[in-house]
Design a protein around this ligand. Structure first.
Ligand code: PRP
Length: 220
């Protein structure tokens, strides 16, 4: 028998929405997956041919792009930031909805963007940030952070941030306002392209099961 398929799932908010969809697609992780104290990173499922790894969202894309995991779930923000040619993203899962936005301290909005040639931005998304500003003729100097971007303006690291916004509560709690939306984000089912060809007998039905699960959600 071939090795089980490895399914990469992101930690964090998407996880709670992803689990019911996984169940609808016929995959249920072993009990230890739900044990918050567990230090395990790889889990068996009800299907002997599928195991699950739980990693950071950016790492889901890396594992799948390199074929270390054959299938995964990740936000379209991560896909756009890395633009991996090895990843095929066949299904919009209609969950994990949020947006990638520019935010800044209240009052800064009075600055005339048209007169600017350079901005300093704290972000986890340097590629998308530079691209967004380049299209406006502005050079963006990005300070790479991996979380808590909202702290950067008050501590003088940068005046602006580019980060995910969902309810807006984190921005509000940190005295920031959203000024521009760079892109709308949703979670996608992703597959390693080579694996999709080599292991199509396993992956094609799995992708179809997710398509049906999302379709069922629409109908509900
Ligand atoms: C995300 C994001 C923002 C926050 C936005 O962080 O980076 O900080 O959620 O959500 P809101 O608009 O509903 O407040 P998350 O909590 O997922 O953790 P992270 O900092 O590890 O990315």
């Amino acid at each position: 028998m071939t090795r089980p398929l490895t399914f990469a799932i992101p930690k964090g908010r998407i996880l709670d929405e992803a689990l019911p969809l996984l169940a609808q697609a016929g995959i249920e992780p072993e009990a230890e997956f739900h044990d918050k104290k567990s230090r395990a990173l790889r889990f068996a499922t009800n299907r002997p041919d599928v195991s699950i790894i739980r990693v950071r969202a950016f790492d889901v894309a890396t594992f799948v792009a390199h074929g270390a995991a054959q299938i995964g779930i990740v936000g379209s923000d991560v896909l756009e930031e890395f633009d991996y040619s090895e990843i095929y993203a066949p299904v919009d899962l209609d969950m994990g909805h949020c947006r990638l936005s520019v935010a800044e301290p209240e009052g800064l909005a009075d600055e005339d963007e048209a007169a600017m040639s350079h901005v300093r931005v704290a972000t986890k998304y340097p590629y998308l940030t530079r691209k967004y500003y380049e299209a406006r003729g502005i050079q963006a100097e990005c300070v790479k952070l991996n979380g808590a971007m909202e702290l950067a303006p008050s501590l003088g690291l940068s005046r602006r941030i580019v980060d995910l916004v969902s309810s807006g509560a984190t921005l509000k709690a940190n005295g920031l306002v959203e000024t521009n939306v760079i892109m709308a984000v949703s979670a996608r089912l992703i597959v390693n392209r080579a694996a999709y060809k080599m292991r199509s007998a396993e992956l094609v039905p799995l992708v179809e099961a997710f398509r049906r699960a999302v379709g069922g959600k629409d109908a509900a």
